[in-house]
Design a binder for this molecule. Structure first.
Ligand code: OGA
Ligand code: NI
Length: 374
C-alpha cells in the first residue's frame, strides 16, 4: 500500500534540516514523547520518521495457525510439582520454540496475574506523572542507577522511536528503594523477586533443552544479573510514519516481557512479521544474543519490533537477564555443545564489551552478533 503520508515526508524535509538540533530540543524538555502528546501534537516530528526501508517492511502479519508464537504451559504455581513425563514435554516444547522462533509465551508460570497488572499500572503511573515530577528522573547517565528517558539511542539511531522508558538494575546491585519513584517502588520489588525465581527455572529448562545438566546455565551466571525497563508507548497521531520500537534483537541472555492488552509487538519469522498476541496473565520469553552465542546458534535471538498505534498508551515491562557489572569473565560457545561437526562459531566475549558495541550502535536494524563471529 502506498503510504498516504509519504508526500508529507518528502515535502517537509527542508534542505537545511538539522537533526541534531531537533533531537537536542526534544531531549531538553525532559518530558519524553509523552510530553509531546500532552502538548497536543498532531503531527509526528521529523526526527521520529522511520527510514523508508523500515516502512516498506510494514507488511501485514499472517494470522494463521501455522504462524502462531508457541504458548507453553509451565504447569502451575509450583514448577517442581510437574511429573517427569510432563517435565520432559515442557523441555521439548522449550527446545522447539527456542530453536525455531526464539520466542514463546508462557502461562501458568507461577506469578499471580495481580502482580503483573500492578507492574503495568506502576509503569503507567510513573510515565503519567506531571512533567515537573517525572523530569527529575530524566537522565542519560546510567551511573544514576535509575534512568528515565526517551530513546536510549536518541543521538545515534537513524530514527527516534515513539516511546519512553524508565530503567534500572534489579540485581546483583539494586537501587536504593528511596531513590525509586514511589509509583513503581513496591511493585517492582515484588515483581522482581518473582521474576528472579522464574528466571532460574527457565534457565534450568533451557539447559535441559540444550542437553546439559539442568543447573548449567545458572552456574555460568546467566541468571545473575537483571535489568528492568518499563516502556510507555503514547498514542501516536501518525503511526505509519514512526515505530514504537524499531526492529532489534536483545543483547542479553534471555528476556521476560510483560505486555498489556493493546498489541503491537511483532517477531520476525520466515520473512514475515508475526503478531505476539497479548495474553492476559501470560508472559513473553525471548532468547537474546548472548544465549544464541553461548548455544553456538542452536537457539535463536529473533528480531522483533513494536508498531506505534493511534490507540494508546501501551505499557510493557521487560526484564533482561544479563550481567552489566564491570566483569572480565568471558563467555563463548559452551564446550559441551561443540564437536568436530559443530565447531565454535563465535569468539569468547566479555559481556560489557558486547553491550557497549550494541548500545553504541543503537537500534539501527542490524545485529551486533555478526561482529563476534569467528
Ligand atoms: C525490549 C522490547 C518490546 C515491548 O524492551 O527490548 O523489545 O513490547 N520491548 O515493549
Ligand atoms: Ni527487545
Amino acid at each position: 500500500m502506498v503510504n498516504p503520508n509519504i508526500h508529507r515526508v518528502l515535502d517537509e524535509i527542508p534542505s537545511h534540516y538539522d537533526r541534531r538540533q531537533e533531537v537536542e530540543a526534544f531531549d531538553s524538555t525532559k518530558a519524553g514523547v509523552r510530553g509531546l502528546v500532552e502538548d497536543g501534537v498532531t503531527k509526528v516530528p521529523r526526527m521520529f520518521f522511520s527510514p523508508p526501508d523500515w516502512n516498506s517492511e510494514k507488511i501485514a502479519s499472517k494470522d494463521s495457525d501455522h504462524f502462531r508464537i508457541p504458548v507453553i504451559d509451565l504447569g502451575g504455581t509450583n514448577l517442581e510439582s510437574v511429573d517427569a513425563v510432563g517435565h520432559k514435554e515442557i523441555v521439548s516444547q522449550v527446545r522447539r520454540a527456542a530453536e525455531t522462533w526464539g520466542f514463546f509465551q508462557i502461562v501458568d508460570h507461577g506469578i499471580p496475574v495481580e502482580i503483573l497488572d500492578e507492574m503495568l499500572q506502576g509503569v503507567r503511573k510513573f510515565h503519567e506523572l506531571p512533567k515537573e515530577e517525572r523530569s527529575k528522573y530524566y537522565t542519560r547517565n546510567a551511573s544514576k542507577g535509575i534512568v528515565y528517558n526517551s530513546n536510549f539511542d536518541l543521538y545515534t539511531a537513524p530514527a527516534a522511536n515513539w516511546r519512553d522508558t524508565i530503567a534500572c538494575f534489579v540485581t546483583p546491585v539494586s537501587p536504593n528503594p528511596d531513590d525509586l519513584p514511589r509509583e513503581i517502588r513496591d511493585t517492582l520489588k515484588e515483581y522482581s523477586k518473582q521474576i528472579m525465581k522464574l528466571g532460574v527455572a527457565l534457565f534450568e529448562l533451557l539447559s535441559e533443552a540444550l542437553g546439559l545438566n539442568p543447573s548449567h546455565l545458572n552456574d555460568m551466571g546467566c541468571s545473575e544479573g537483571l535489568v528492568f525497563a518499563g516502556h510507555y508507548y503514547p498514542k501516536c497521531p501518525e503511526p505509519e510514519l514512526t515505530m514504537g520500537t524499531s526492529k532489534h534483537s536483545d543483547n542479553d541472555f534471555l528476556t521476560v516481557l510483560l505486555q498489556d492488552q493493546l498489541g503491537g509487538l511483532q517477531v520476525h519469522f520466515q520473512d514475515e512479521w508475526i503478531d505476539v498476541t497479548p495474553m492476559h496473565g501470560g508472559l513473553v520469553v525471548n532468547v537474546g544474543d548472548l544465549l544464541q552465542l553461548i548455544s553456538n546458534d542452536k537457539f535463536k535471538s529473533a528480531e522483533h519490533r513494536v508498531l506505534s498505534n493511534h490507540a494508546g498508551p501501551r505499557m510493557s515491562a521487560s526484564f533482561f537477564s544479563t550481567t552489566t557489572l564491570p566483569s572480565t569473565r568471558t563467555f563463548g560457545p559452551i564446550k559441551e555443545l561443540l564437536s568436530q561437526e559443530n565447531p565454535p562459531l563465535y569468539r569468547e566475549i566479555m559481556i560489557p564489551e558486547y553491550v557497549k558495541v550494541s548500545n553504541e550502535k543503537g537500534l539501527d536494524g542490524t545485529s551486533p552478533l555478526s561482529q563476534f563471529k569467528l
